[in-house]
Design a protein around this ligand. Sequence first.
Ligand SMILES: [Fe+2]
Length: 429
Amino acid sequence: MIGSVTTTRDGRKFRINRRHVRRKLDVSELTVGMYVVELDRPWEESPFLFQGFLLESEDDIYMLQDVCSWVYVDVVEEEWEPLDQQPGKRPPTRTRYVEKQDVARQLTEANRTYQATKKQVKQLMMCVQLGQGMNLQQAQAVVKDCVDRVVRNPNAILWLTRLKNQDEYTAEHSVNVCLLAIALGQQCDLAPYELENLGICGLMHDIGKMKVPDSILNKPGRLTAEEFEEMARHTSYARSLLMGRSDIYPGAVDVAWSHHERLDGKGYPRGVDGSKLSLFTRIVTVVDAYDAMTSDRCYQPGMSSLDALRILHHNSGTQFDSDLVRKFVAMIGLYPPGYLMEMSNGEVGIILSAERGFQLKPRVIMILGPDKEPQPERILNLAHAPQDDRGHPYEPAGVFRSGCFGINVSDYVQRGLRIKGFEYSLNDD
Ligand SMILES: [Fe+2]
């Protein structure tokens, strides 16, 4: 059960205890907006493409009523416990349905939010470079949109953080840190307004880099000691840029100034230890390092997600907060959606998403055959222990970034990840 404290308009304080429960419903009880997680028959016998989906229209309900008698839906039960209440009184309970949609349907919308946020951050960066004033109000608005998207479906938006474009590194890195920070903040049960503040911290953390000369910022090689010193000053530049502004969350100044500090006090610019580092700074530090390590730079290719997670883990307790690293590793997982998976028989596909409890058995859109030639696209659900043409079970052999095997995941995002030639008759295995 997850608990968060909220204050109502009349000043009363409540702890909201939330628990996810599956509820069995007769198909006659279904309404638009419910999230169906299980049918009364195998999914492959149903006309639905994805396991787990949101009922978006009456048509979806009619289609379900045609083939099923009952289904399970995922609901969130909220218990509002007044913190000023006399003991013994039962708190009011209310039930609401989980709002989430499958990755495929949300990708296009999520991409719109991603592009809008990137545009905003590029404008802010240009203002700093030209010495003009920044309009932070618009930045706050796009961050609010990012929080909404991450809360509704973290998978869809996290997908987009994996489609990296080397030429736009600084802007995309800022957006990615914003999104990953919000997602990690959500794992820490932060309230929506706290996630918005955290998102702004992520978006603005490297704004000081716009004061660093381009020749150092984009140098295709190792920095000299003097150049590194100048680069390290981006933390102090950001502090000067943001300090004193009344239109930004004040904690963003601290995060921009402190996101290269370490728990053991060996970071920069001040070398302070963990006792001086806020939760938001610690969160941004973890996701900043992960996104930087997994990005291609002009001087080195990015590393795999798994290698980056290993490095975070190896440095937890000294550089990074151990508890946050643990939560982040669990959130990203071994098989992150948006990455490519090669099977032991040589076939290759794009990892779609995994059902809760089946993170090691994700669904994959299969694209290349064992000879690495294109094959008719189909979805493979590893949770169903599928076998290949020769009767061998499909086993993951490796995880690769977009661009490997000639597969550009962005192309699939652009067309909403719909499978060519299939409507609702896809055989899952
Ligand atoms: Fe930085």
